[in-house]
Design a protein around this ligand. Structure first.
Ligand SMILES: [Ca+2]
Length: 266
C-alpha cells in the first residue's frame, strides 16, 4: 500500500462510544477486526479511453451502455454523459454557480448528485430534468447504492446509510483498514455486494464489506497516473464505475486525460 494511504490511518476516524458496556463491545469487535488484514489485489488494464482534462471528476457511474460523470469546482459542476470512444462530453445539467458538485449515483432511473458543502443533493431524470433538491447534514463526497439504500461518504472513515426519499441517516459503517479507521473515503461504487472506494490523496481503491466496514482488499494504481501524457493539470485519482456485464471497473481522475477500464484480479 502506498505511504499516503498508511498515513491516513492516523486521522481520527469513527467516533468511539463512551459508555462502559459499549466500550467493551467495541474493544471486543476491534480485537476481531485487527486479525482481518486487507489483501493486495492485482489488476490488468483492459482498455484506455480519452477523458476530458477539463472534467474535475467527482462521481462516475456506468449503466446500460452509458457513462455518467459528475464534476466539481464552483461554476464548473455538471452532470454529464461521456463517450468512452471519443471522450466527448454531453452536459445534461449544471449546478448553480456557488455549488461544488460531488458524487453521483443512479437509483431507480433517477440520478442523485451530491454537493460538497452546500448540504444539498439534486435529483434528476435520465434526461437531466431537475426533479427535486434534498437537504442533508455535513459534507457530501461520494455516493452509491445497492438498489435499496444509498451509501454516502463525507471524507471521514464513516459511510452513512441514507434513505433515498428523505435522505435521513438510517445507519453507518466505520471503514476499518487492518484494525484502524481509514479516513478520506471518497468516490464510491457498489459492485457484487461490496462497496469500492477511492481514498482521497492516494492512488488506491479499497473493497469494503458493507456489513462489517472491514477493508477486505485493495488495489494500488499509481501506474495509471504514470501513463498520463501531456496532462500537467492531472489532479487526484478519483472516480470508480462498475460494468456488471463483464465485471470490469472504470477509473479515472480529476482533470485526467485518460479513463481506464481495468479487471481486478483477487
Ligand atoms: Ca461511482
Amino acid at each position: 500500500m502506498t505511504i499516503a494511504l498508511a498515513a491516513l490511518l492516523l486521522m481520527v476516524g469513527c467516533t468511539p462510544k463512551t459508555n462502559k458496556a459499549t466500550k467493551e463491545a467495541t474493544e471486543a469487535k476491534t480485537a476481531t477486526v485487527k486479525t482481518a488484514f486487507a489483501k493486495l489485489y492485482d489488476y490488468r488494464i483492459v482498455a484506455e479511453y480519452p477523458h476530458s482534462a477539463h472534467s474535475y471528476t467527482q462521481g462516475l457511474q456506468y449503466a446500460d451502455g452509458t457513462m455518467w460523470e459528475g464534476t466539481g469546482q464552483e461554476g464548473e459542476s455538471h452532470l454529464q454523459r461521456i463517450s468512452l470512444s471519443t471522450g466527448k462530453v454531453d452536459v445534461v445539467a449544471s449546478l448553480p454557480k456557488e455549488e461544488f458538485g460531488e458524487g453521483i449515483t443512479l437509483y431507480k432511473d433517477r440520478i442523485y448528485q451530491l454537493t460538497w458543502l452546500s448540504r444539498k443533493a439534486h435529483v434528476y431524470t435520465l434526461e437531466g430534468k431537475h426533479l427535486r433538491t434534498i437537504s442533508y447534514e455535513g459534507e457530501g463526497w461520494g455516493i452509491t447504492t445497492d438498489g435499496e439504500r444509498l451509501f454516502m461518504s463525507d471524507g471521514t472513515a464513516t459511510i452513512r446509510l441514507i434513505n433515498p426519499d428523505t435522505f435521513a441517516t438510517e445507519g453507518s459503517i466505520c471503514v476499518m483498514y487492518n484494525g484502524e479507521p481509514l479516513g478520506n473515503i471518497n468516490e464510491l461504487e457498489w459492485a457484487d455486494g461490496y462497496i469500492w472506494a477511492n481514498v482521497y490523496l492516494t492512488d488506491s481503491i479499497v473493497k469494503i464489506n458493507p456489513t462489517t466496514g472491514i477493508v477486505e482488499g485493495y488495489v494500488d494504481l499509481p501506474a495509471l497516473r504514470n501513463k498520463l501524457q501531456n496532462n500537467p493539470e492531472a489532479e487526484a485519482f478519483n472516480g470508480i464505475a462498475y460494468n456488471k456485464d463483464n465485471g470490469h471497473f472504470y477509473v479515472t481522475g480529476k482533470d485526467w486525460n485518460k479513463l481506464f477500464e481495468i479487471e481486478i484480479i483477487e
